[in-house]
Ligand binder design. Sequence first.
Ligand code: NAP
Ligand code: GCO
Length: 266
Amino acid sequence: MNEKMFRLDGKVALVTGASYGIGFGIASAYAEMGATIVFNDINQEKVDMGEKAYADIGITAKGYVCDVTNEEQVKAMVDSIVETYGHLDILVNNAGIIKRIPMAEMSVKDFSQVINIDLVGPFICAKAVIPHMIKEGHGKIINICSMMSELGRETVSAYAAAKGGLKMLTKNICSEYGEYNIQCNGIGPGYIATPQTAPLREKQPDGSMHPFDSFIRAKTPANRWGDPEDLQGPAVFLASDASNFVNGHILYVDGGILAYIGKQPQ
Ligand code: NAP
Ligand code: GCO
């Protein structure tokens, strides 16, 4: 056992939807551990923003304009990465959206869009990289799941269905491709302070805390929201040789929410 097991030197990592937010945090950590970083976003403006954000912290990261729901674009991106760098060792299926609408009021179009990006997208990306990983004799696929892979709550039916499905897709990729030395695991973040959750943390007109903000702090033993940085260590572990016998596992990084009934109201 030595610390090099946690290094990513010589590895090429694709992190989807990583211009900012959780994906940016994970990709930055991979670069610090020696990996070559590539990422995608759905338009050139966001890709340019992302490449500059990485450059501002001393990381060279190539960005691709690619919608994870578009199989042709994903295949072209993955083929370009392999042609450019010779291999693709790590895929983080991070790109995702949420729509907070009561289920009975949600349109099929909105429900389907969330499922498409949050579940079909990871399928498309994993399907594109697996043949290359089989050829290389190794690979790491990390799916960014959610507490909603385990729990429901009002207004997030599509998201919970997608993230629950992503948990089982993770277990199935493990089952089907583990024999090729491909490990597929999930990370289940708790409530993380990113643009996706900004509406849940907005101050009220009177300057008080958003009720959901208070609620989450009371449900979290750590009594705080997580930051993308809280996910960096777990993400490096699952991308490194240190986790070569970990497969089909969802690692919850939630400050203890899933273990806790919640603080008694004072
Ligand atoms: P975010 O700030 O909203 O960032 C999501 C990223 O995904 C953005 O860069 C977005 O690009 C990109 N994206 C969206 N649709 C895409 C598509 N079709 N193709 C390619 N890229 C696409 O979200 P986040 O909070 O960082 O979350 C990242 C992942 O963690 C998501 O899967 C989310 O479900 C999951 N998660 C988040 C939390 C949390 O509390 N924040 C907790 C658990 C799990 P645009 O900006 O161009 O839309
Ligand atoms: C919500 C939040 C959550 C988080 C995360 C929790 O509206 O409940 O957006 O879904 O994003 O998925 O793990």
